[in-house]
Ligand binder design. Structure first.
Ligand SMILES: Cc1cc2nc3c(=O)[nH]c(=O)nc-3n(C[C@H](O)[C@H](O)[C@H](O)COP(=O)(O)O)c2cc1C
Length: 385
């Protein structure tokens, strides 16, 4: 299994030291920009792991697989990425899907593997397996709103029972020497905002950090992210980093979330596909440079690079898997609508190359600046997800 994964446990130690020189801060942000704080931007640590930036790629099941993580990391600025949520029981039984999901590479670092389940022995065994395989961090999912995850007692359902959730987290922390983190929502619904209580309990049993998506399970992905809720979690813990999450699409959103909530890092999910250069721009911003937008050449190169990486991984089937990214990338990459449409129906690698050539000729001839496709989120009342 180790060979299939191709993980080199040493690579994580070779992270380069980022420049902390902060030149005169000369961009776009008004009076409330954290010029002072910028000077003090220090590396963040999750337990024994020191990370190269405070902006993490949030897991998006079905999207943030190895090819996208690699393509995004090449643009720079990502502090940590996390795999899709993986059912602990499937991981320990060596299921094909979970083996695929934990696939990584030397470039794909720092990485955490996210596991979920409702049985403590499954989670501890999965964590031990991951440690033995050389992974560097384990994230426990307590945020997933999907019915099939919650009905088995996993995902956000765990947030309803503080004692059981804490016992589970404590057992995983105890089982491995790797840093263990938790990703959760604010609570099950507006009446049960258990996140501050849970965060405190998890800190006491030794988690290295907690990511908070500022919505309840009831909200699904609707409404605005609740910064006040995230702030309450930050205030509930003594020392562990809280990673704020939800609706961060721009540098301004990220800085506003950090300023308002006091969270030490930010996880960005959908925003990374709306603007793959967001992490790089945040890095430039914190280095006191003017964040640069990608050139047309860079935009097209990113599209091709992501597709090539998917093709290396999946062969012609990559054409099917790539379709769902088209609507997400179209606006940012200046892809005219009719070509975005063709990408959404992509059938072969040959056609992909033809489309790329046409994008080169017609780049910018797009009428809408809004992303036409949204990441598929469940429809209808949350009870039926
Ligand atoms: C399609 C999709 C898949 C997701 N998969 C996961 C997952 O596997 N694990 C997880 O903890 N969160 C998952 N999330 C939640 C995101 O990580 C994140 O918390 C949420 O999208 C809010 O952040 P954003 O606005 O930056 O996307 C998923 C969200 C979406 C839209």
């Amino acid at each position: 299994m180790n060979e299939q994964i191709g993980l080199d446990a040493k690579v994580i130690n070779s992270q380069q030291t980022e420049s902390r020189d902060c030149k005169k801060y000369n961009c776009i942000f008004p009076e409330n920009s954290p010029g002072e704080n910028l000077q003090e931007e220090k590396r963040i640590s999750l337990g024994s792991r020191t990370l190269p930036s405070r902006y993490f790629l949030a897991p998006l099941a079905g999207y943030t697989h190895l090819p996208l993580r690699t393509a995004l990391r090449e643009l720079g600025g990502i502090g940590l990425a996390t795999t899709d949520l993986i059912l602990a029981a499937q991981l320990i039984s060596g299921g094909r899907k979970s083996r695929e999901l934990i696939k990584t590479s030397e470039q794909d670092q720092p990485l955490s593997v996210q596991i979920f389940g409702n049985k403590i022995p499954d989670l501890t065994r999965a964590a031990i397996l991951l440690e033995d395989l050389g992974y560097q961090g384990i994230d426990i999912n307590m945020g997933c709103p999907m019915g099939k995850v919650n009905s088995s007692g996993g995902g956000a359902r765990l947030m309803c029972d503080c004692d059981s959730a804490t016992a589970m987290v404590a057992a995983v922390v105890e089982a491995v020497s790797l840093p263990v983190t938790v990703k959760m929502r604010l609570g099950w619904n507006a009446e049960q905002m258990t996140a501050p209580l849970l965060a405190k309990a998890f800190e006491q049993v030794g988690v290295a950090g907690i990511t908070i998506h500022g919505r309840t399970r009831q909200q699904g992905f609707h409404g605005k992210v609740n910064l006040e809720g995230i702030k309450q979690v930050v205030e509930a813990v003594d020392h562990i980093p809280i990673i704020g999450n939800g609706d961060v699409r721009t540098i301004e959103d990220a800085i506003a979330m950090r300023q308002f909530t006091g969270c030490q890092a930010i996880a960005i999910g959908r925003g990374a596909m709306l603007d793959p250069w967001l992490f790089r721009k945040l890095k430039q911003y914190h280095q006191g440079e003017t964040p640069t937008d990608p050139t047309v050449k860079e935009q097209i190169a990113f599209l091709s690079r992501h597709f090539d990486l998917m093709f290396q991984e999946h062969g012609e089937y990559a054409t099917v898997l790539f379709r769902k990214f088209a609507g997400w990338y179209g606006a940012r990459l200046g892809i005219p609508e009719y070509l975005e449409d063709r990408l959404r129906r992509l059938e072969s690698e040959k056609v992909f190359q033809e489309i790329v050539q046409e994008i080169q000729q017609r780049h910018g001839q797009r009428t809408s600046t809004t992303a036409t496709a949204l990441i598929k989120v469940p429809n209808g009342p949350v009870e039926r997800w």
